[in-house]
Design a binder for this molecule. Sequence first.
Ligand code: SF4
Length: 364
Amino acid sequence: MKFVDEYRDPQLAGRLVAQLHQAATRTWTVMEVCGGQTHTLVRSGIDRMIPEGIRLVHGPGCPVCVTPLELIDRALEIAARPEVTFCSFGDMLRVPGSSRDLLRVRAAGGDVRIVYSPLDAVRIAQTHADRDVVFFAVGFETTAPATALAIRQARQLGLRNFSMLVSHVLVPPAMEMILSAPKNCVQGFLAARHVCTIMGYEMYHDLAATIHAPIVVTGFEPVDLLEGLLMLVKQLEAGRHVVENQYARSVQREGNRHAQQAIADVYEVCDRPWRGLGVLPKSGLRLRQAYHDMDAERRYPSSAAASIEPAECRSGEVLLGLLRPDQCEAFGTRCTPEHPLGAPMVSSEGACAAYWKYGRRLPV
Ligand code: SF4
């Protein structure tokens, strides 16, 4: 298949691994930001092929995993309301809240639906005028253009029965926070190509200079990841810290201006809490004042019941790259995809799910 097979070519991958072994003369710790990259690294065994000195740690790039428990509980509360049709991407349905998940709300009679696009939720609102349709807008800069378009379309259609529970987060503030954390060990980043396809990578130049860490925009296929790692290691070995773009076949320096404009029309930047990372300044998006009437957080009162984090779940440390999933004591015993204690075990981009799915159930 064009543009897939060549990026999974074993011979090319082998040559890149050999170059990595030549390039790395000492120990380096690098973080892949996105959960999709984590899954490829573990699925294809890259983490076991590269030189021992290159330590990969998994980043907070799973939007489901970083959604705070308070917001998940809020979603569950709204979804359980009899007048509400609650729409979400499938990933969120099994994410545990303090006492239940969206599947249980549905089993108890709640109208909870999986949609594949926010525009599907707008269509449901259009065809079911008697229902209050709420879309759970979770995601990074990648998803925000589509949810912004849904908001604009609902406004153009004059829909009064459509709203959104917004939990959009922005990647650069999290990278900055990780490097400034007291226990940080990360020395360079593989940045996610899909975020940069939308946002470009101009914003990373200042960041790389400020945090003194190289950043390589990298794709999700095995050859992409090996090439991105090689570029990163060469910079580290040379004491350089600039931004490079491995994924030039899609990512432009300035990104997609139309998508950025759609985001800016509908959202404004705000401080936002991240699960495991705390409140990060200017790290999220919220609806602009003109769209407050479509803000589900404003539309539905909160019970203000306290959210209770499962004491055993160490997802905060996993998301910061301080703990490997299989180093969590609950991994594979009290926490499995069937009985998850935390979001990283059920999200398709979660690091714990990757370790479980690809058989990393014993320490390497
Ligand atoms: S294995 Fe389960 S309990 Fe441990 S950090 Fe991952 S999600 Fe949380």
